[in-house]
Design a protein around this ligand. Structure first.
Ligand code: UDP
Ligand code: MN
Length: 296
């Protein structure tokens, strides 16, 4: 036998085996599912928009309150913060604060009517502001949900994702209200059977401003709904202006009103800062800092 023949044979076997392997491998690859290409998938639709109406006014705490609330809202997607200042002039300090926080916002002025400013009795605080916010929503929003978030309260962010799906009006408990420490619908067997609040005052809806949200579509169906200039009766008057609103149609949030996710915190009132003596402190950082001291 010639010496070259076994080498030829081995080479032939080697080439044939390699070819078979390649064919089998190609077949295997062709049967693998295509890898998922994430970016080709359509993104989930955005959640319904939230319109958060916040009344504010010039006083020592103003920028601190807006900062605290603003960074809470920054955790919430698809939200428009409607900040309404009870003032005759826009405040560059408020605008600077809102820009720094970076939550999408609108800033409007809505001064309290003069007749209420000079009364010795309780004032309708934040009413002109909230009605201005409602006007904006009527003119600019078609769907989603509105909520009145005062600047001095505390909000757990989960309540925002719950209120987003409100069909008509939703309600939930608010902590730190009156001597009862809470204001809430009373629920028995999943139904509202009354309201728990240290001051009922003959109200049909004795709830706190921080304890309810309203669907924008529902608001559009009630073109006359607004908040009355009636201290103590702002929530009740507004909710009554949304009637017909049977208690059975009110949606209950915070696990059927068994959790506290919002608080009527209130803030200690600070006096206006005394004037800076620029004769003594001129040319120091105190001059720049003084610009951030809000004096009513
Ligand atoms: N507010 C206002 N003008 C005022 C007093 C209050 O715009 O003269 C705003 C305030 O910033 C807050 C809301 O109205 O967002 C409710 O006011 P406040 O917290 O003083 O009232 P309370 O909650 O005690 O009823
Ligand atoms: Mn308050």
């Amino acid at each position: 036998m010639a010496t070259g023949q076994p080498i030829k044979m081995y080479l032939t076997i080697f080439v044939a085996t390699t070819c078979i392997y390649m064919v089998l491998y190609q077949y295997h690859v062709s049967r693998q599912p295509m890898p998922q290409v994430e970016f080709l998938k359509a993104p989930p639709p955005p959640p319904p928009p939230l319109y958060i109406i916040t009344p504010t006014y010039k006083r020592a705490e103003q920028l601190a309150e807006l900062t605290r609330l603003g960074y809470t809202l920054k955790h919430v997607p698809n939200l428009l913060w409607i900040v309404v200042d009870d003032a005759n002039h826009t405040s560059p300090l408020v605008i600077e604060t809102l820009n720094r926080i970076g939550v999408p916002y609108e800033y409007f002025l809505a001064p309290m009517p003069e007749i209420y400013k000079h009364t010795k009795k309780a004032k309708p605080r934040g009413v002109s502001n909230r009605n201005r916010g409602l006007d904006y929503i009527r003119a600019n929003a078609t769907d989603g949900v509105l909520y009145f978030a005062d600047d001095d309260n505390t909000y757990d962010i989960s309540i925002f994702d719950q209120m987003r799906y409100t069909k008509k009006v939703s309600m939930w408990p608010v902590g730190l209200v009156t001597k009862f420490g809470i204001s809430t619908p009373i629920i028995r067997n999943g139904k509202i059977v009354g309201f728990y609040d240290g001051w009922i005052g003959g109200r049909k809806f004795p709830v706190d401003m921080a304890g309810f949200a309203v669907s924008v579509k529902f608001l559009h169906e009630r073109p006359k709904a607004k908040m009355p200039y009636k201290p103590g009766y702002e929530e009740d008057g507004f909710l009554k202006s949304l009637q017909p609103l049977p208690l059975t149609e009110i949606e209950l949030l915070a696990s059927n009103c068994t959790e506290i996710l919002t608080w009527h915190t209130q803030t200690k009132k600070n006096a206006n800062a005394t004037a800076l003596n620029t004769n003594v402190h001129g040319g120091t950082n105190l001059v720049q800092l003084d610009k951030y001291l809000v004096r009513a």
